[in-house]
Structure formats: C-alpha cells, structure tokens
Ligand binder design. Structure first.
Ligand SMILES: [Zn+2]
Ligand SMILES: [Zn+2]
Length: 108
C-alpha cells in the first residue's frame, strides 16, 4: 500500500517495527511514509480516536480500532459497492435460464 499523502511505495520492510504510520482516513486504512511524518500537521487528516484523541487507528474488517486505548467501534458503512461475485453470478444464471426457457417456448 503506498503512502496516502505522496504515493511513495513502501520499500522492502526491514526487520523490526515499520517506520510507516498506520491511520484511518474516511474509514479506510492508510499508511504514511516516514518522510511525510516529518511534515507539520501530517496527522491532521487522519481520523482521531473518539475516546483518547489518538490518530493511531487501524481498520480491521468492519471495525476501527485505536492502537492507544484499544477502543473499537464499527466503521461507518462504505458507499454502495458494485454487486459482488455471487450476486452477479446469480444474475447471469437467471439470464441464462430465461433464455433457455425462451428457446423451449419458441420451439413449441
Ligand atoms: Zn509520504
Ligand atoms: Zn483511543
């Protein structure tokens, strides 16, 4: 995942903790590279924890967790996503069934 501010890609991780900072912006997990962390106000755009004000939040599945006070909350629902695989497959299947029926009915 690239840095959300400058788009730099994370280089091969060295051993030990990553210098990249995780955070949440618009309910999505983002990474901030070490260079951007040296700029003033770099964390202002990150979502702050509602309990302790920390901006060290991470998104896990459908929850947002604060790494400092461990508070978790449900993430706000995303904007509607395009239909996922199974829904699409069902639609295609229904289409095929309809077409097959059509052929059968026309033959009679
Ligand atoms: Zn950056
Ligand atoms: Zn917190």
């Amino acid at each position: 995942m690239p840095c959300y501010r400058c788009g730099t890609r994370q280089s091969d991780p060295d051993r030990g903790p990553s210098p990249w900072q995780r955070g949440v912006v618009a309910e999505h997990l983002v990474l901030v590279c070490p260079a951007c962390q040296r700029q003033a106000g770099w964390a202002d755009a990150l979502t702050a924890c509602g309990r302790c004000g920390s901006r060290r939040l991470v998104r896990r599945l459908d929850q947002v967790e604060c790494l400092d006070c461990r508070m978790t909350r449900d993430a706000a629902p995303d904007t509607p996503e395009p239909p996922s695989g199974p829904v699409l497959a069902n639609t295609v299947l229904a289409d095929e069934v309809a077409r097959a029926l059509d052929r059968v009915l026309r033959r009679e």
